[in-house]
Design a protein around this ligand. Structure first.
Ligand code: SAH
Ligand code: SF4
Ligand code: F3S
Length: 460
């Protein structure tokens, strides 16, 4: 999901510093990791932008608000650049791909711009600029998977300073071949390109070697993986290969597109013990009329049938989703159908947004009669409903036994740890347990629900 992060590292005096600020989704997080790796020979990560000699902003364009964040950040950096004349500023990610040259024109003080298919060019662009060339821009699409160094940089992208790498995110495809009428991603990431199975496998093995227990496979429509490979590989075949790697204890993926969820995926997810009992499957709307206008080629019945198939096999499967409210033409009745579908599914959680028109998309040209206030009101109704639903779902865990992967310190309680259940719910331990450590997979009993998390006790 969209979130911001920076890196947390101690500064060593020998190398210049690189600071990467990441907006947007987990795919951007993954790319930022790769950028640290790409630059690791010449630069060391720094946690404080004022100590950086190279600042990269990995941008997101999914909604207007996300794009605006780039421009306010560039404003701040211009000031910093006056104090640190040698500092280089680079813009990459989805806004870079979308705007290219415009960023250099607007940005004044931007030294390099590189798109989502040109990460490997970044060091040479920076070098050219350092040698006195004009600001550099590289935003060409590639038809093949861009080879980047395998593995992970030794840097933590989360804000709490923990460096355990219990979970590793691995991109398995780039881009998207769908054309949802509201979405900018096919423009910013290009057509879908699958990564070779062997590469993914190798990266998963590296992840295990550095201590990962959980692998999260990433793609815009992760379940259409492999259709472009020669020979074709199905997503389920990839899951089987990852599940066969010794040391991989848990597998997640995000996000599957409902249109391409077939029986083989349902069977595998519900029968393989390494597959987590959680699926994040974007719904967008519960109204068939709006789904059609969104060019989402499934209908509410299909969505519900997938959920039924999963829940009948795995009753404790957690279901989360993404929803857009206020799409052009959405009536009260359409909105009511979304709320109704939420009732039917009983989502454990959802990420919801008001529709944001994006440049060049079909929906941006559609007649949009709802005011911003009306959209905001619908969003509030929906989010309140979700909060109640989430609270009920969390309360339903009390007294039950769950499996927890311990992945962090409990930041609110000295000496205690926390983890995540197979359903991806955070569970806090409120007492320290002798011998329990990050990376352990343990059984716990849920004692109480919190607002978004659970409190539990260790079962020995
Ligand atoms: N590939 C994923 C979605 C990635 S974008 C999928 O198809 O499921 C993440 C979420 O952002 C989307 O699921 C959608 O809910 C939201 N989103 C995308 N474009 C948007 C827009 N123009 N306005 C509001 N929300 C949008
Ligand atoms: Fe965007 Fe649709 Fe592709 Fe998801 S499937 S990235 S929403 S175009
Ligand atoms: Fe944003 Fe690009 Fe991801 S638009 S959500 S960073 S694919």
């Amino acid at each position: 999901m969209e979130r911001d992060s920076d890196n947390t590292q101690q500064v060593k005096p020998d190398k210049p510093g690189v600071y990467i600020h990441t907006f947007g989704c987990q795919m951007n997080e993954y790319d930022s990791q790769k950028l640290y790796k790409i630059f690791e020979k010449e630069y060391q990560p720094v946690s404080d932008v004022t100590q950086a000699d190279l600042v990269l902003i990995n941008t997101c364009s999914i909604r207007d608000k996300a794009e605006k964040k780039l421009y306010s950040m560039l404003g701040e950096l211009r000031g910093l650049k006056r104090e640190r004349p040698g500092m280089m500023v680079g813009v990459c990610g989805c806004v870079a791909q979308q705007e290219g040259e415009n960023i250099v024109k607007y940005g004044r003080g931007v030294d390099v711009v590189f798109g989502t298919h040109n990460l490997s060019l970044a060091p040479s662009l920076v070098q050219l600029r350092k040698n006195g060339a004009a600001p550099q821009v590289a935003v060409n699409y590639r038809e093949e998977w861009e080879e980047l160094p395998l593995g992970f940089a030794d840097v933590d992208l989360t804000k709490n300073g923990q460096k355990q790498h219990v979970t590793s995110f691995i991109s398995i495809s780039r881009g998207c071949n769908k054309s949802c009428s509201y979405c900018i991603v096919p423009t910013t990431r290009g057509p879908e390109v699958s990564r070779a199975v062997e590469e993914i496998e190798r990266e998963a093995r590296i992840a295990v070697h550095r201590g990962s227990k959980e692998i999260v496979l990433l793609g815009q429509t992760v379940n259409s993986y492999g259709l472009d490979l020669q020979p074709r590989v199905s997503f389920v075949a990839l899951l089987e290969r990852i599940a066969a790697i010794p040391g991989v204890e848990r597998i997640r993926f995000t996000s599957p597109h409902p249109q391409e969820v077939r029986q083989d995926l349902i069977d595998f997810v519900s029968s393989n013990s390494k597959m987590c009992r959680h699926i994040h499957m974007p719904l967008q709307s519960g109204s068939d009329r709006i789904l059609k206008a969104m060019n989402r080629n499934y209908r509410r019945d299909k969505y519900l049938s997938i959920i039924d198939a999963l829940k009948s096999r795995v009753p404790d499967m957690a279901i989360t989703t993404d929803i857009i409210v206020g799409f052009p033409g959405e009536t009260e009745e359409d909105f009511r159908q979304t709320l109704d579908l939420m009732d039917l599914v009983q989502f454990d959680n959802s990420y919801s947004f008001t529709f944001s028109p994006r440049p060049g998309t079909a929906a941006a040209a559609m007649q949009d009669l709802l005011s911003q206030d009306e959209k905001a009101e619908r969003l509030q109704v929906l989010q309140r409903k979700q909060e109640e639903m989430t609270a009920r779902r969390l309360a339903s865990w009390v007294g039950k036994e769950v499996e927890v992967l311990v992945d962090n310190r409990n930041l609110n309680r000295e000496g205690c740890l926390q983890g995540r259940t197979s359903q991806n719910v955070m569970l806090n331990f409120d007492v320290p347990y002798e011998g329990l450590k990050i990376g352990d997979i343990v059984k716990a009993r849920v004692v109480a629900p919190k607002r978004f998390t659970l409190q539990g006790e260790l079962i020995r």
